[in-house]
Each structure stands twice: as structure tokens, then as C-alpha cells.
Write a protein that binds this ligand. Structure first.
Ligand SMILES: Nc1ncnc2c1ncn2[C@@H]1O[C@H](COP(=O)(O)OP(=O)(O)OP(=O)(O)O)[C@@H](O)[C@H]1O
Ligand SMILES: Cc1cn([C@H]2C[C@H](O)[C@@H](COP(=O)(O)O)O2)c(=O)[nH]c1=O
Length: 216
């Protein structure tokens, strides 16, 4: 995977991605996190994948009907476009970018269609690294219950046992990313409220910013 070039003036913003199994609470936690960071005075840009750009809109439209490698390529194309047109410009403007789904989702979701994780990893090889990749982890029974209360968002969440499989896929993705040198924060969110998970992430971002200031 590509490593990022950081601007030498230290003005570039911080990029945090939040991924994890369906129903783990990504969207809810991102909302709390954005509020916390904004309350600290940060200029926060919340985004998501699929992005609202043309490839993201197409991917979202086709998710129920297109499968496998073709869909993986579409989501990865959206990711590269998302980085180029939205994430990097926001970071260059000094904003804190929080993405609801990013690379780890790209390493996981298409595995439900049988796509080889090595293919997914290679496809994403040049994706911009988040400063902090948060991966939510949870007891699969807890998130299966949250999903059934809220209702599934996509075909991947209809399969019985999908929560257990997805938890395992995200653990594998977190291990692979950590082994490749990503800064990964695993947040176990079965027994934490969304606000508590967001506070944990915000705390880690503060530590990272202090470390980066000391290092520069
Ligand atoms: N501790 C918790 N943390 C986060 N969400 C929780 C928690 N407890 C219950 N929920 C609820 O779980 C449901 C799923 O949350 P959310 O939609 O944020 O998940 P998600 O990971 O974004 O799901 P998806 O991948 O399907 O979009 C919501 O109704 C949310 O209110
Ligand atoms: C990034 C990414 C997303 N998807 C799919 C999975 C879902 O159908 C949507 C995301 O919607 P949600 O409300 O956040 O669950 O996008 C995918 O298949 N592959 C990906 O890489």
C-alpha cells in the first residue's frame, strides 16, 4: 500500500476512517465523533462510502444487482475518486475528515460474493492511508439484534449468520492493515454506547496529534 506524503507546514488535516460490520454503529458513532471534534473547535468534514460522487452513486445503485469482481472494482474506483476529489482537498484545507466506511469495507464486503481478499488488497494498493483507521468489533449476536431491530441496509445483511462472518472478515482486515503499518484502532462496541465509542476515538486522535507535533 502506498504511504502518504504529508505537507511539511503541518497544516494538513487529519483523516479518520470508521469501518466495521453492519449494525455495529458506524454511522451513529461517526455522528457523535463529528459533534465531539467540532466541540473541540475542529473544522470537521463528514463523508461516507459509497461517496456522493458519480461512481459512488452508480455503485450504490448497482449493489443489489451487480456482484463480485465487477462490484469490487466499482467500489474501489469510487474510493480513488473520493480521495482525489473530496478527501485530499478537505485535508489540504486543514479540515478533519471522518469517513463512514473506507478501505476496510473495501477489503471485506465483496468477500460475501466470494472475492479473494488478496485481489481486494491489490486493488486498493494505492489508496490514501487514513491517519487513523478505526475498525469496530462486536459480539455478533449483539449486532445481529441491532440489525434486525433497525432492518438490513443491503443484500449482504440478509444472509443468516452474516454478522458472525462479517465480524471475522473485519478482524482479518484489521490484522492485515496493522501488519502493513496502518494505524489501526479496534473499538469493541458491544458494551459501549455510541457516545463512549466516539469519545475513545477522539481521545486517540488527540494522542496522535500530540505525537505528530512532537515528531515534526
Ligand atoms: N452502542 C451502540 N453503538 C452504536 N449504535 C448502536 C449502539 N446501540 C444501539 N445502536 C443502534 O444500532 C443501529 C445500527 O447503527 P448504525 O446504523 O449506526 O450502524 P452501521 O454500522 O452504520 O450499519 P450499516 O453498516 O448497516 O449501515 C442503530 O439503530 C443504532 O442506534
Ligand atoms: C465501501 C463499500 C460499500 N459497500 C456497500 C455496502 C452497502 O450496501 C453500502 C453502504 O451502505 P451502509 O448504509 O453504510 O451500510 O455500500 C460495498 O459493497 N463495498 C464497499 O467497498
Amino acid at each position: 500500500m502506498m504511504t502518504n506524503q504529508h505537507s511539511s507546514d503541518g497544516a494538513r488535516g487529519v483523516f479518520v476512517s470508521v469501518d466495521g460490520p453492519g449494525g455495529a454503529g458506524k454511522t451513529t458513532i461517526v455522528r457523535h465523533l463529528a459533534q465531539l471534534l467540532a466541540a473541540e473547535g475542529q473544522d470537521v468534514h463528514v463523508t461516507a462510502e459509497p461517496s456522493s460522487g458519480p461512481i459512488g452513486v452508480l455503485a450504490a445503485e448497482l449493489t443489489e444487482t451487480v456482484t463480485g469482481h465487477a462490484l469490487a472494482c466499482l467500489y474501489t474506483a469510487d474510493r480513488y475518486y473520493h480521495v482525489e476529489t473530496e478527501i485530499l482537498p478537505a485535508l489540504d484545507a486543514g479540515r478533519t475528515v471522518v469517513s463512514d466506511r473506507y478501505l476496510a469495507s473495501g477489503l471485506v464486503v465483496q468477500r460475501f460474493d466470494g472475492v479473494d481478499p488478496v485481489f481486494l488488497w491489490n486493488l486498493n494498493e494505492h489508496v490514501h492511508r487514513p491517519d487513523l483507521a478505526v475498525i469496530l468489533d462486536a459480539d455478533s449476536d449483539v449486532i445481529a439484534e441491532r440489525l434486525s431491530d433497525r432492518g438490513p441496509h443491503n443484500r449482504f445483511q440478509h444472509t443468516p449468520g452474516s454478522s458472525l462472518t462479517e465480524v471475522e472478515f473485519y478482524r482479518h482486515a484489521a490484522d492485515a492493515m496493522a501488519a502493513a503499518g496502518f494505524t489501526v484502532l479496534r473499538v469493541y462496541c458491544s458494551d459501549r454506547s455510541a457516545a463512549q465509542s466516539a469519545a475513545l476515538i477522539a481521545g486517540r486522535l488527540t494522542t496522535l496529534s500530540v505525537q505528530n507535533r512532537v515528531a515534526s
